[in-house]
Design a protein around this ligand. Structure first.
Ligand SMILES: NC(=O)c1ccc[n+]([C@@H]2O[C@H](COP(=O)([O-])OP(=O)(O)OC[C@H]3O[C@@H](n4cnc5c(N)ncnc54)[C@H](OP(=O)(O)O)[C@@H]3O)[C@@H](O)[C@H]2O)c1
Length: 347
């Protein structure tokens, strides 16, 4: 396994981050396809054995049960200081705003709930899941800085944001002497490359770690079209995220398959090897133990400049989709894609 540092921190992370959204109680929360605790543990065990030390979960995943499964597994199978645990908090709900819960109170309560779910007394990376147009960034940063000062959080990150939002937040944090966002977790893969316009340059300039999610486009870059899995059949949310551009993407997926065959490797290895040339550590979802092995192999696969160009050449601009499509002031009053998760802490 290869390791790198998380942006400007001294936190060592494996170059594959295990995405833990697929772990959790399928009877509660957004997804019906998630793995039970035993199956989740088997994958986490395999990942730990392979040297993956970086785990990404969220309070939003399956009503906090992803945090619970991941916390229990890591506590049982690893030393706390050997793993890097990232979790995320959501914006306030309209009901919380109505009830007068402040942004700072909400962040503090979310963190307490996540620590309880994980069974840990600190998280390594606390991530602002999506820009909250109802809460001033000053208040968000102040609350996060307080969590860092209290020793409950080692570093802070952000997800689903535009480069201007991250630049604005970090400029304010720097001016005030507060903790700055050290990483960004946005949607980026061979079939979603909008990050290259603004975010790449900014992160490079500021040494902010890019740890993108949906690195395999929820499996679309891992298998030839037509192959079915439980998730593909049941994940309505992800269908919405990718179906609109399916025709646009087919040629790129075909090129991944073609190159995989030529090199005698799995499609997953090609898609991740490409990504590993671009970012610090992709966040990869895994629903089988064997998925861990393919991700590990990708860290050992070098693509030539010609192969990189071949994979990239067919890309055309995409509309934003999923959570990122709701990063807009116009979405202020709309139901959010994560609303069904219903896992806000009680303040
Ligand atoms: N910040 C955010 O808003 C946000 C949003 C989404 C995700 N995330 C994070 O990113 C992680 C990954 O997201 P994701 O699951 O949507 O995307 P992903 O990593 O692109 O896709 C994971 C899926 O790819 C398939 N797969 C993985 N390895 C494979 C292999 N070796 N061979 C064949 N298929 C393979 C599996 O699909 P099947 O199960 O169908 O086999 C798996 O469920 C999440 O767990 C979460 O931690 C964050």
């Amino acid at each position: 396994m290869q390791y790198t540092t998380l942006g400007t921190t001294n936190i060592r992370i494996s170059r594959i981050c295990m995405g833990c959204m697929g772990f959790g109680n399928a009877a509660t929360g957004q997804h019906s396809w998630t793995l039970n605790e035993d199956d989740s543990r088997a994958i986490i065990r395999r990942a730990l054995e392979a040297g993956i030390n970086f785990y990404d979960t969220a309070i939003a995943y399956q009503n906090g049960s992803s945090e619970q499964y991941v916390g229990r597994a890591l506590r049982d199978m690893a030393r706390r200081d050997e793993v890097v645990v990232a979790t995320k908090f959501l914006p306030r709900t309209p009901a919380q705003i109505e009830a007068g819960v402040s942004g700072a109170q909400h962040i503090a309560a979310s963190l307490e709930q996540s620590l309880k779910n994980l069974g840990m007394d600190y998280v390594d990376l606390y991530i602002y899941h999506i820009w909250d147009y109802n809460t001033p960034i000053r208040e968000v940063l102040q609350a996060l800085n307080a969590a860092v000062k209290a020793g409950k959080v080692r570093a802070i990150g952000i997800a689903n944001c535009f480069a201007w939002q991250l630049a604005k937040a970090n400029a304010l944090a720097e001016k005030e002497g507060w903790a700055r966002f050290v990483s960004v977790q946005n949607h980026y893969s061979l079939i979603m490359r909008e990050e290259e316009r603004e975010m790449f340059g900014y992160c490079h300039e500021e040494n902010i770690a890019m740890t993108p999610y949906s690195a395999l486009a929820a499996g679309r870059l891992s298998r030839v079209p037509g192959e079915q899995t439980k998730r593909l059949q049941q994940d309505v949310y992800t269908k919405l995220k990718y179906d609109a551009a399916a025709q646009q993407d087919a040629v790129i997926i075909q090129r991944v398959a073609e190159l995989a065959q030529k090199r005698g490797v799995a499609m997953t290895e090609i898609a991740l090897a490409w990504l590993l040339e671009k970012v610090a550590a992709p966040v990869v979802g895994m629903t089988k133990e064997s998925h861990v092995d393919a991700a590990i192999k990708a860290t050992q696969l070098a693509l030539s400049a010609e192969e990189m160009n071949y994979l990239e050449a067919a890309y055309t601009p995409h509309n934003l989709s999923g959570v990122m499509a709701q990063n807009t002031p116009a979405a202020k009053g709309q139901a959010k894609v994560w609303t069904k998760s219903g896992n806000h802490p009680k303040e």
